[in-house]
Design a protein around this ligand. Structure first.
Ligand code: TXA
Ligand code: MG
Length: 310
């Protein structure tokens, strides 16, 4: 995609004035503000109606900029070298002298950090002299936005500026890994765990069980399209939307498929936009066929299970 420098400069100007704007990332769009500013971070929580105890992910241009704020370690360095920029968020120990807003962290002593890959947002981060706090650009507990029209649908004019970046390539949020001690996945996401295991040369624990999770955002009902969802359904009723992993030979008008051929990467990319399409349709409920629980299928199932708690 062609990069529009005037837009990036406009974004920079607003962020310098402690405003919040929407930014594209390769996972989902973010609602971004200066991570060193309490005022900017408060605005993010207010616009999203986000509970104060749910800390924000901080976005950096590179590891050099992160040194001021966090203590780094071997596991981080290995993953950073191989996977960043990319769809992975690290939990690290915050340095005592860090200037990160205590509104953004909810006074936690750890920080969630990530290096987004989207070229537009990378250019923006390179120009700023602060990192960006950015949760996903959706009202709290709803599904994330993967293009600018999703954000307009959800927020109207409440967000001052959307930095255009086209449709997000990955389509689901980053994978969160706590790398402080024994590495542990806190949120399944757009990066397959097998890639992390290959680099660290060991099996990684997944600890995203909602009852004992340490990422507070994972506790509540999340990723809801606002309609009831039934999972693992073999035969849908005619009056509900039927979400399929792949196109069938004979399709009915209530069938929505995530991928033509059942490719799980493509399915993850389409998950939120198809759910949004269903929300705009006449159907008042969603049935989902069984999705293979491997690779990004695990992330899709995680989101659908949380969405079904609506
Ligand atoms: O792909 C993504 O990660 C997107 C894009 C915009 O970067 N961002 C995103 O942010 O999904 P958000 O706010 O929707 O999800 C952040 C998650 C929440 O579940 C939050 O609880 C967790 O990160 N989190 C933030 N700080 C944490 C910390 N110090 N320890 C554990 N979990 C943390
Ligand atoms: Mg979110």
């Amino acid at each position: 995609m062609k990069i529009n420098l005037a837009n990036i400069k406009k974004a920079q100007k607003l962020l310098n004035k402690r405003e919040c704007i929407a930014i594209p990332t390769e996972t989902v769009y973010g609602l971004a503000g200066n991570a060193y500013s309490d005022i900017a971070c408060k605005k993010i929580f207010k616009i999203k109606k986000r509970p104060k105890n749910n800390p924000l992910i901080i976005h950096y241009y590179n590891q050099k900029n992160l040194l001021k704020d966090c203590n780094l370690n071997d596991n981080f360095m290995k993953l950073y070298k191989n996977l960043c920029p990319g769809p992975i968020t690290f939990i690290l120990d915050l340095k005592k002298r860090s200037k990160i807003s205590r509104i953004a962290t909810n006074k936690k002593k750890t920080l969630a950090v990530r290096f987004p890959k989207h070229p537009v947002t990378r250019q923006l981060l390179k120009r700023l002299n602060f990192p960006l706090a950015a949760p996903s650009a959706n009202p709290s507990s709803r599904i994330s936005a993967v293009c600018s029209t999703d954000i307009i649908d959800d927020f109207g004019k409440k967000i001052k500026f959307i930095l255009e970046g086209g449709k997000s390539k990955i389509g689901v949020e980053s994978t969160i890994i706590d790398v402080r001690e024994k590495p542990k996945i806190l949120r399944l996401g757009g990066l397959e765990i097998s890639k992390i295991e290959k680099i660290l040369k060991k099996k990684i624990i997944i600890s995203n069980n909602p009852s004992k999770i340490s990422a507070p955002g994972q506790l509540r009902v999340h990723y809801s399209p606002g309609l009831p969802i039934r999972l693992n359904v073999r035969n849908s009723k005619n009056d509900e939307a039927y979400l399929l992993i792949k196109k069938r030979k004979k399709n009915k008008s209530n069938f929505y498929f995530l991928s033509k051929k059942g490719d799980l990467v493509e399915a993850a990319k389409n998950l939120y936009s198809v759910l949004r399409e269903i929300r705009k349709s006449k159907y008042k409920s969603i049935a989902v066929e069984q999705i293979p629980n491997k690779g990004l299928g695990k992330t899709i199932n995680d989101r659908l299970i949380r969405a079904s708690k609506f």
